[in-house]
Design a protein around this ligand. Structure first.
Ligand SMILES: [Zn+2]
Length: 47
């Protein structure tokens, strides 16, 4: 058995701080699975 480095990229919601790992690499999440916000990648105070 060989050793492997498992690096998994995940996302963190700027709104509810929910963290999750996408199942599909190519699919970028549109909404946060936690709060269902489409603006999960943007801080609240950004205008
Ligand atoms: Zn969220």
């Amino acid at each position: 058995m060989g050793k492997v480095m498992m690096k998994v990229k995940g996302y963190e919601c700027e709104r509810c701080e929910h963290q999750w790992v996408p199942r599909c690499k190519d699919a970028s999440p549109r909404v946060c699975p936690g709060c269902k916000s489409p603006y999960w990648d943007r801080p609240k105070h950004s205008k």
